[in-house]
Design a protein. Sequence first.
Length: 107
Amino acid sequence: MANTRVPGDEIPPARYFTTTFSAEDGDFGSGVWYAEFVEGVAQRQFEVYADHVLVAPHDLSFADQYAAIVSDPRYREITPSEFNRAWNRYASERLRRVGSAHEGGGQ
């Protein structure tokens, strides 16, 4: 099971990561990916592109490969403040629009 904890295998309570990808790597062009993991489990994730933002789980599925992300040099660990600034700038607005659409306000 992916989320089984092994005694002595301590995972920090929360870790934050980002990576950039080129137009060749992504389905929607070049962008930036952000993720929050709590005890190794994905909690918040989003992708920022030049013309739109995608937020899990509304627009994309969670990437729940914590061990792979931690060991891959393409992913850079960031501070909670960096993550939250990006979340507030990009993801929060997208979630407000999603909520508005669900209430009949349109996107």
